[in-house]
Ligand binder design. Structure first.
Ligand SMILES: NC(=O)c1ccc[n+]([C@@H]2O[C@H](COP(=O)([O-])OP(=O)(O)OC[C@H]3O[C@@H](n4cnc5c(N)ncnc54)[C@H](OP(=O)(O)O)[C@@H]3O)[C@@H](O)[C@H]2O)c1
Length: 292
């Protein structure tokens, strides 16, 4: 894939040590960008930095450690990113997962909602002034077509899924949250020169849905379809497009599939829900201070 020149750009990619995030990093570093990946494990992060630098022939690659399951860790990681990056041209909120059983993070939030939505929400908020100062700049959120499973929208009465937890259902709702967050962020950023878009990467053969995270039926189903999936490099294409293409420099608040804008579900186009999610998320991250 042809990628626009990114030589003067700095890109931050969460979950850049694996799958779609790793290949997004290789492609953007290959186009000349300085790339900062986040990882939650030091060894996996170091190995990815070496791999990205070697395959892209660009040694301006580094790593910041943080775990999206701890908002204190996200705050520390954001500080680290701000210290080392005088400019941030693109933030790719890529990290995410699906969990078959309900667990809670150190902040006492349901883990899928916290890792897939609240952590990226807080990270974006903490990096926003630097993104604005670097404008024109971009936020790219990796959502999923799985958002369509949350047909009735987010259940604001039970965002922590305390009743009737189902891994696929909760994952779908977290990906709906990614789209709602994107559209409300784009609305709030109007006139700042910072765009926000989101995407479905396709069905991609990655570590996503590994046995330890999704026991039983989901893990088995994912193994069955693996031969028909996109490679991680193919799955990274829409992220890379939104992060780099001049075609979308002025496009904001949209959902993309195969590098083309597409209408997400009706629930994902609910502007009231998007605004409400933003406000609730602000309250939740604020309430987490001093907990984790
Ligand atoms: N694969 C698909 O078919 C597909 C389809 C639609 C959407 N997506 C989305 O694509 C994104 C990337 O997934 P992938 O398929 O590339 O899966 P992956 O290979 O499992 O990569 C996920 C990345 O997220 C990181 N991560 C998970 N939990 C984290 C936490 N608590 N804190 C920080 N980082 C964490 C992982 O770190 P570790 O390596 O340490 O686990 C890894 O770097 C996700 O948002 C996923 O929802 C994937």
């Amino acid at each position: 894939m042809d990628v626009a020149d990114m030589k003067s750009k700095t890109v931050v990619i969460t979950g850049g040590n694996s799958g779609i995030g790793l290949e997004t990093a290789v492609a953007l570093a290959g186009a000349g960008a300085e790339v900062v990946i986040t990882a939650r494990d030091h060894g996996r992060g170091e190995a990815a930095v070496a791999d990205i630098a070697q395959r892209s022939e660009n040694d301006r690659v580094s790593m910041v450690i943080f775990d999206l399951a701890s908002l204190a860790s996200v705050r520390a990681g954001a500080e680290d990113i701000l210290e080392r990056s005088p400019r941030i041209d693109v933030l790719v909120n890529n990290a995410g997962l699906i969990l078959s059983e309900r667990t809670e993070t150190v902040d006492r939030f349901e883990s899928t909602f916290a890792i897939n939505h609240l952590g990226p929400f807080l990270l974006t908020e903490l990096l926003l002034d630097r993104l604005k100062a670097s404008a024109p700049s971009r936020v790219v959120n990796v959502a999923s077509t799985a958002h369509t499973s949350a047909r009735k929208g987010l259940n604001f009465d039970d965002l922590q899924s305390t009743k009737g937890y189902g891994g696929v259902k909760v994952y779908g709702a977290s990906k709906l949250a990614n789209i709602l967050f994107t559209t409300d962020l784009a609305r709030r950023l109007a006139g700042t020169g910072v765009t926000a878009n989101c995407l479905h990467p396709g069905v991609v053969a990655t570590k996503y849905g590994r046995d330890g995270d999704t026991k039983g039926v989901v893990a088995f189903g994912l193994k069955l379809i693996k031969p028909f999936c996109l490679t991680p490099a193919q799955g990274a294409r829409t992220s890379v497009y939104l992060a780099s293409s001049p075609d979308v420099a002025a496009v904001t608040g949209k959902y993309f599939v195969k590098s083309r804008p597409k209408d997400p579900s009706a629930a994902a186009q609910d502007a009231g829900a998007a605004c409400r999610l933003f406000e609730v998320s602000e309250e939740l991250v604020e309430a987490s201070r001093g907990r984790g």
